[in-house]
Design a protein around this ligand. Structure first.
Ligand SMILES: *Cc1c(COP(=O)(O)O)cnc(C)c1O
Length: 397
């Protein structure tokens, strides 16, 4: 990990609002907020042109030079898009192998249960990564499995799952890969020339740094064609949304016009920053500066550096009895930073996001705020309890 000096210094959020060190909604730029200050007619040629720009801009991030893929935006939050993808690309007689290591993988399995399609689950618990060999074994054991669903960055622990390894196995076994790249897309490479996927989803309010209101599916055109008639849901039918957009340039039902306008501004700023590589580099610096500073204070990360994503980082709560998470949260908020509770079932933890309109200068202030908050709570040491360390040892085993 490095701690490169940067000259980039972002304006602080408007109106003294706190920084959101969360995985979305996140801190957006003033320009993105300003782009929402006008109304658009959803049927008008100006807005249809915006939809075209949005779809092209997102496709350009995938490295699809042959024109094999298309992008279909869908109204709603990210979970609506996951449900739309599962219901549209998995035929009624298909079967999904869901790879879970946290809340979002389990939510995908729950979605399969709701839509009443067969699935099977590999559940690795709170944070252990699903590996290629076990996916291969599961696919060999059950020829009925048609699709595999992988979570790119599992935001509940912050682990960056080995999707390239998984994709290679899925392809070699002749099955199709669906990816929830919600919290990774736009900052971590997901290139169609390197990772063969049938479809992936992400949303407006994660690494592209837009505001919440829609998600998008990027899928093979042949899969979009084949999806006709599969969906369990009228409003979540990706094929129908795609077919209508291709024919009329319009979204099927009311689009979140202001959110789209904001997103186009966010996409322009993403390009200006150097696209996926530039955005990813800033988030990596954010993580490296923040993690190094927190470790100096005595905090320890759940994950070893190998698995640490530049999206969000889980820290163990200190063992010191003076440490109370709800108080720490309030102290951090008073200093201008909203942090995020942890999602581990076994030990107490909290999370700090690295994404959004902020840079390493902000991350240094986050660390300083954490140092002051510990002092105010009279926490002598931020070291985690022994059972947290024992839990983490499982990852190395
Ligand atoms: C944010 C996120 C989602 C979607 O969550 P919503 O609250 O519905 O936007 C899905 N999967 C992952 C990995 C996420 O980070």
């Amino acid at each position: 990990m490095h701690d490169g000096a940067s000259t980039q210094a972002f304006a602080p959020p408007l109106l003294g609002e706190p920084y959101l060190l969360t995985p979305g909604p996140l801190t957006t730029s003033a320009e993105v907020k300003q782009a929402m200050l006008r109304d658009w007619g959803s049927w008008d040629a100006d807005f249809r042109a915006m939809t075209v720009e949005l779809r092209r801009g997102l496709l350009a991030l995938t490295g699809d030079r042959r024109g094999d893929y298309d992008c279909v935006p869908m109204q709603g939050s990210g979970s609506f898009c996951v449900e739309a993808m599962l219901g549209s690309f998995v035929p009624k007689d298909g079967k999904v192998l869901v790879l879970a290591n946290g809340a979002y993988g389990l939510r995908a399995a729950e979605t399969m249960r709701y839509i009443g399609r067969p699935y099977t689950l590999i559940d690795k618990g709170d944070y252990l990564p699903p590996r290629g060999e076990e996916v291969a074994a599961a696919l060999d054991a059950d020829p009925g499995i048609t699709h595999v669903l992988a979570i790119h960055c599992e935001t509940s622990s912050g682990i960056l799952n080995p999707v390239a390894e998984i994709a290679a196995v899925v392809e070699s076994k002749g099955r199709k890969l669906l990816i929830d790249s919600m919290s990774a897309f736009g900052a971590i490479r997901l290139d169609v020339n390197e990772i063969a996927f049938e479809a992936m989803v992400s949303s407006a309010n994660k690494c592209i740094e837009g505001v919440p209101g829609f998600g998008f599916v990027i899928a093979r055109k042949d899969a979009l064609k084949a999806a006709e008639g599969n969906s369990h849901s009228l409003s979540l039918d990706v094929h129908a949304q795609w077919a209508t957009m291709e024919k009329t340039g319009q979204w099927r039902y009311t689009p979140p016009t202001h959110v789209v306008a904001a997103f186009l501004q966010a996409l322009r700023m993403h390009t200006a920053e150097g696209g996926v590589a530039g955005r990813g580099a800033r988030y990596i610096r954010n993580r490296d500066v923040m993690v190094a500073g927190m470790r100096e204070l005595g905090f320890e990360t759940l994950l070893s550096d190998t698995w640490l994503s530049p999206i969000i980082v889980t820290f163990f709560c200190p063992a010191d009895p003076n440490f109370v998470f709800s108080r720490f949260y309030e102290q951090m908020k008073q200093k201008g930073f909203i942090i995020y509770p942890g999602k581990l079932t076994v030990v107490e933890s909290f999370r700090v996001g690295c994404i959004g309109r902020m840079d390493e200068h902000v991350m240094r202030k986050v660390v300083e705020a954490a140092r002051q908050s510990l002092a105010e709570m009279k926490v002598a040491s931020a070291a985690p309890p022994a059972d947290a360390i024992a839990e983490r040892a499982k990852l190395a085993a």
